[in-house]
Design a protein around this ligand. Structure first.
Ligand code: PGA
Length: 234
């Protein structure tokens, strides 16, 4: 399974190093077989050699150039980063990224062979319109996205579940992931208020191939406990 931590705008460079060192120790000591990803802030990335895949939360579709505040391939290559998160709901709804820009990022990093964790999810007002409207909204976030890309990891993250402590019912997660499975043969992660105390249940659901965790992963022991849950699922 894929177990991923998105630090968002949390932890310093020093704290990130400590975190990843603890995580590496845990993975080594327990012979962990899961795929573990960490997405630190851009200022905390460094060339990491180990079992933890370190990725970035965002990158511009460029090698370099005049894009104030952004980072591109030159900066990623300096630290041997080959994994990028694209389409996260905070980039869409807080930072105002359009589907057009998101698709351009996807194509650009796909063509370079990056592992892409591509996020989709509906806001509450769409959810309240029922299943058909909701699936149409999610499908629109997949337009222009190559679902056959071999290094794609899809993450379904309902916007209303992110950072709120609320999650969909297990039945809903299974239903939505099963529909997504029709168009995606790659791993499908669930994200949104996954914590150490609900990870096992969510990871056990049909068609859930892993989790993308924000605040619940900021404490490394909690994150390790989720990895351990994944290890113990048949
Ligand atoms: P959360 O965030 O776990 O804090 O809800 C998940 C995410 O945004 O990826």
């Amino acid at each position: 399974m894929v177990i991923a931590a998105n630090f968002k705008t949390n932890l310093t460079r020093y704290q990130t190093r400590e975190y990843i060192a603890s995580l590496e120790k845990f993975i080594h000591d327990n012979s962990v077989r899961q795929e573990v990803f960490v997405f630190p802030t851009a200022t905390s990335i460094y060339a990491h050699d180990g079992n933890v895949n370190v990725g970035v939360q965002n990158a511009y579709p460029t090698k370099n150039g005049a894009f104030t505040g952004e980072i591109g391939v030159d900066q990623l290559e300096e630290f041997n980063i080959k994994t990028v998160l694209i389409g996260h709901s905070e980039r869409r709804h807080v930072l105002g990224e359009t589907q057009e820009l998101i698709t351009a990022k996807y194509e650009f990093y796909k063509n370079l062979g990056y592992t892409i964790v591509y996020c989709i999810g509906e806001p509450l007002n769409i959810r309240e319109k029922g299943m058909d409207e909701m699936m149409n909204y999610l499908r629109a976030q997949l337009i222009g996205i190559d679902m056959n890309y071999e290094n794609l990891i899809l993450a379904y993250e309902p916007v209303w579940a992110i950072g709120t402590g609320v999650t969909p019912t297990n039945d809903d997660i299974v239903k939505i992931h099963s529909i997504l499975r029709n168009s995606c043969k790659r791993p499908i992660l669930y994200g949104g208020s996954v914590k150490a105390d609900n990870a096992k249940e969510i990871l056990s659901l049909h068609n859930v191939d892993g989790v993308l965790v924000g605040s619940g992963a900021l404490n490394v022991n909690d994150f390790c406990s989720m990895i351990n849950d994944a290890e113990n699922i048949k």
